[in-house]
Design a protein around this ligand. Structure first.
Ligand SMILES: [Zn+2]
Ligand SMILES: [Zn+2]
Length: 458
């Protein structure tokens, strides 16, 4: 009888941080990558995971969902290792195509406007090639990766955004479960994850920790937050202002469009026109095509209910948009400079009648965070090549609509699977430290950083 297989878990990015998510699982020399994203706060090649640690071609790449911090580096990976098999859920494949082509356009703009020489890290041709390599599969269906030794993978509904999945790897003598980004509660369109429906023998659990540093007594329930947002929108529209909701293109945009529509149908807020920006609309079409992946009772409104924002780089267009009360949902969610939400906010802050409401995660170093904490009279720079403007607007608020599980829900998953090893990833250092210190079910606990390898006993 041969000895037990040797299994290792290496972080190439996304350990002790949120960004450049990429992990390698090696089993007897067979190498499987989980996700391959870019870092939203870094630029040029620094934004990539440590792909140089791959000394030979990986056998397979498994993709959990289509947020850029999980997929943004895939065209680089597949250009270097063109024979790598890649798999994801069917909606994720469709969304990836949109997101990656958009990333090329964003990098080309940054190369031009900010002079970042390394951009674009890949071109549209690399994206076409990557999309030819990746195959889409259903949830809960075992896929044989045809590797040596044999490894089987399956996707399980993670409740985070359309097509998002946790990943189960069955290797000889060892089972590894990677939660990826998960949400336990129902959102407007997505139903919560179904991980607790599975009775599995999990040897190693790899668990995200995004909200591990957030004290739960500070987290408001979903409906309470929808009500607070409804009050804020109502107040703004009734005094003749417009509302801007900066949103991530995948997930938050589609959820918010349906929340504000419902509030209008219920007579909770005035029935003014609702506008949505480009990439969010493109992803909306994929939500429509794969609506059977949504909550079984979700009501996804037709996309033609929402108007197009149009060319935000034309100040006359924005002025026209802001003439009458309306609701605008535009990317990016953290209001990165020179994106549609930043260009629209640049005009809105010059008047007091409007409202800007952030509805997602805001990193401390982003324009969105700076604007949220700005005082009237501060000058803020919204876009490359445009002069800073004085902020007159005061009604700028933040609402908590996370699509990540809080501490208690993460601990429920740990208790449910009762793994022998737990690897904590995808969180700020404080979040990971809290989870590691407060989880004690007898498991071996690891918090590896980029470049670290964990040896797992089979
Ligand atoms: Zn995500
Ligand atoms: Zn993520």
């Amino acid at each position: 009888m041969s000895g037990s297989p040797s299994i290792t878990f290496t972080v190439l990015g996304g350990g002790g941080e949120v960004g450049a998510t990429c992990y390698r699982v090696s089993v007897d020399g067979c190498q499987i990558l989980l996700d391959c994203g870019t870092h939203p706060k870094k630029e040029g090649k620094d934004a990539l995971p440590a792909l140089e640690l791959l000394r030979r071609p990986p056998d397979a790449l498994i993709v959990s969902h289509a947020h850029v911090d999980h997929i943004g580096a895939i065209p680089c990976l597949l250009r270097e290792f063109p024979l790598t098999k890649a798999v994801a859920t069917q909606p994720t494949v469709r969304i990836m195509d949109r997101m990656l082509h958009n990333s090329v356009a964003v990098m080309e703009t940054l190369a031009r406007e900010k002079g970042i020489r390394e951009y674009p890290l890949y071109d549209h041709g690399d994206v076409h090639y990557a999309m030819r390599c990746i195959k889409g599969f259903s949830m809960d269906t075992p896929i044989d990766l045809a590797t040596d030794p044999p490894v089987q993978v399956s996707f399980h509904h993670a409740g985070h955004v359309l097509g998002s999945a946790s990943i189960l790897l069955r290797m000889p003598g060892h089972t590894l479960f990677y939660t990826a980004d998960i949400c336990e509660c129902d959102q407007e369109l997505m139903g919560g994850h179904t991980l607790l429906d599975h009775r599995l023998d999990v040897d190693t659990l790899v668990i995200e920790c995004t909200r591990g540093a957030t004290d739960e007594s500070h987290i408001k329930c979903y409906n309470e937050e929808v009500n607070r947002l409804a009050d804020a929108i109502d107040e703004t529209l009734r005094r003749g202002g417009c509302v801007l909701l900066p949103c991530f293109a995948l997930g938050r945009t589609q959820e918010m469009l349906n929340i504000v529509s419902r509030l209008q149908e219920e007579g909770r807020i005035p029935s003014v026109p609702i506008f949505a920006s480009g990439l969010g609309r493109a992803v909306y079409e994929i939500y429509d095509r794969f609506d059977h992946f949504l909550r079984h009772d979700a009501y996804l409104r037709p996309l033609d209910l929402f108007d197009r924002v149009g060319n935000v780089w034309d100040p006359a267009r924005i002025d026209h948009l802001l003439e009458r009360p309306c609701i605008i949902i535009a990317t990016s969610g953290m209001m990165v400079e020179t994106t549609p939400s930043a260009m629209i906010a640049r005009e809105m802050v010059k008047e007091t009648r409007h409202g800007i409401f952030f509805v997602g995660y805001l990193d401390h170093e982003t324009l969105g965070y700076k604007l949220l904490h700005a005082k009237p009279g501060d000058f803020i720079h919204f876009a490359l090549g445009y002069a800073p403007v004085e902020v007159v607007l005061e009604y700028i608020r933040r609402f908590d609509f996370s699509a990540h599980a809080p501490r208690r829900a993460l601990q429920n998953i740990i208790d449910h699977f009762h793994p022998r090893n737990i690897i904590f990833i995808h969180g700020d250092p404080e979040a990971i430290a809290w989870m590691r210190e407060n989880t004690s079910n007898g498991a071996a606990r690891f918090a590896p950083l980029a470049g670290d390898t964990v040896e797992l006993e089979a």
